[in-house]
Design a protein around this ligand. Structure first.
Ligand SMILES: [Zn+2]
Length: 505
């Protein structure tokens, strides 16, 4: 087609993407990513083999075939993806970022019931805001390198400002909760063996209803700025540590603020049994009846559910944060007996979670997506039970909804915040380019990640953090972690145990 006059010959108005080239001057944009294999994760699951995405300010302004988009924009910066796939940033939906500096400190040979008193309680007794900032930096850098652009923290920073500072420094989107919200620490059923010993739980956290209510909702102040990268939500520890009065107030605050209520639920059989004894019925049924579970509630783990509970979860539209590695690490059977994959197939919303150091040990949602798909196939003895696309969709769209941000992030569509992950084809795992999604989920996972954009800003650029001195930060983090372990009374490599499993059989 020729000049602008040709448009008059067209009897009906065509979609804008067919607009005649040259009819309007190109629109200035900040960033243009060209020649990408676009995995949009929109409702239709659109993929475009030679696509382009343009970013203006914080948002995606143009999406489409490369020739079409590049004809309409003039960019301050252009990145040639060279055919590499680009997908929406992943959203981490169950995370304890502050634990990252005692990664791999919990020995393999430990009874679960001993873990809290011998490691976590000691950590919480001595951790400083500086320690938490270092852990947050480590967690945030690790997440960005693995393609995660937003995380829903479980509300376990003692100093949320330290977590916020770390996320801001790295440039990752974060949703923080208030400090370890609970009012009946003795209700914590730890693991499958027994209740936690002692009544201290976290001595620097709330311990009764008044002390919990005094801080509940504090983090919501971050949401006054609609564009804030670090936001607040309502998190409750759960697992038997919250009274009904506290849960009801938490849900009221979350509802009024338009944010999710995020809580642990049914991690182990013991947790679920304790809740069932307390409520006199299946816990999810009770929590739905009193209004705590609805479409804006996200339950972390939820490994043990009855048939009746799955029906209620489908009716309410609640989200589950599935953390397969955190169940597998401790042998809780969530991938064998969990209902996550079944619920997903029936239309429930599932996000993915990494939990924490010593529970899954790395913050890599590609690993969780891979485990989710493969363990579901194994548990159901069916190759077709979940597909690679399901894993990637849980990690992106599913996560965005579980974090209460379904209208803002989770897909590559015009108007969404520009949270993008670009992979290179220059990895053996990415060749041949037969199926890009299967290559990503089953083969390369995070290894092929090249660049990450969050809120329109290139935070990882060709494998480098352009705004950070990563080697210096890692050295500082390691030094800080060793000092923290000294205060916790932990000495590395001090375990006097036989490490060989086959000798213990
Ligand atoms: Zn957790």
């Amino acid at each position: 087609m020729g000049g602008g006059n040709a448009a008059h010959a067209i009897p009906h108005r065509l979609p804008e993407r067919y607009a005649v080239s040259g009819a309007t001057p190109p629109t200035p944009v900040d960033l243009l990513i060209r020649h990408a294999y676009l995995i949009t994760m929109d409702d239709a699951g659109t993929q475009i083999a030679d696509g382009a995405v343009a970013v203006t300010g914080r948002r995606i302004s143009h999406v489409g075939p490369d020739a079409e988009v590049t004809g309409r924009v003039t960019a301050t910066r252009t990145i040639d993806a060279k055919g590499g796939p680009i997908h929406p940033g992943m959203v981490e939906t169950h995370l304890h970022a502050s634990y990252q500096t005692f990664r791999s400190v919990v020995p393999d040979l430990i009874r679960e019931v001993d873990t809290f008193p011998t490691v976590e309680q000691k950590f919480y007794d001595v951790v400083t805001s500086e320690d938490e900032e270092l852990a947050g930096l480590l967690a945030s850098m690790e997440m960005v390198r693995n393609g995660t652009t937003c995380f829903l923290e479980a509300g376990t920073f003692l100093f949320p400002d330290a977590g916020a500072a770390a996320a801001s420094t790295v440039g990752i989107r974060a949703l923080l909760g208030d400090v370890c919200i609970n009012d009946q620490p003795g209700g914590f059923a730890q693991g499958k063996e027994a209740r936690a010993q002692g009544s201290g739980f976290i001595t620097r956290a709330p311990y009764d209803l008044d002390s919990a209510l005094a801080i509940l909702g504090t983090q919501l102040a971050r949401n006054a700025d609609p564009d804030a990268l670090v936001r607040g939500h309502i998190a409750v520890m759960g697992l038997g540590t919250a009274s009904q009065a506290l849960l009801l107030e938490a849900k009221r605050l979350a509802r009024d603020a338009g944010v999710v209520l995020n809580m642990h639920h049914a991690y182990s059989v013991a947790d679920t049994d304790a809740d069932r004894a307390r409520y006199g019925k299946d816990p999810v049924l009770h929590l739905a009846e009193i209004g705590v579970i609805d479409r804006s509630t996200t339950l972390g783990h939820a490994n043990h559910l009855t048939d009746a509970e799955t029906e209620v979860l489908l009716e309410t539209g609640a989200s589950l944060a599935w953390a397969p590695a955190a169940s597998m690490m401790w042998g809780h059977g969530g991938t064998l007996h969990g209902r996550h994959a079944e619920l997903w197939r029936r239309g429930a919303n599932i996000g993915l979670g990494s939990d924490s150091a010593n529970w899954s040990n790395d913050f890599d949602l590609f690993r969780q997506a891979n485990l989710a798909v493969l363990t579901a196939r194994d548990a159901h003895e069916d190759r077709t039970y979940l597909l690679a696309e399901d894993g990637l969709r849980m990690a992106t769209r599913g996560g965005a909804r579980a974090a209460g941000m379904e209208d803002t992030i989770g897909s590559i569509e015009v108007g969404r915040k520009a949270d993008l992950v670009l992979h290179t084809l220059d990895r053996p795992e990415m060749r041949p380019t037969s199926d890009m999604v299967r290559n990503l989920v089953f083969s390369s996972r995070a290894k092929s990640i090249r660049s990450v954009v969050i809120d329109g800003r290139v935070v990882l650029d060709d494998g480098v953090f352009p705004h950070l001195d990563e080697p210096a930060l890692l050295a500082r983090i390691d030094e800080g972690a060793h000092a923290l372990w000294d205060r916790m009374g932990y000495t590395p490599f001090s375990e006097r145990v036989d490490r060989r499993a086959h000798d213990r059989a």
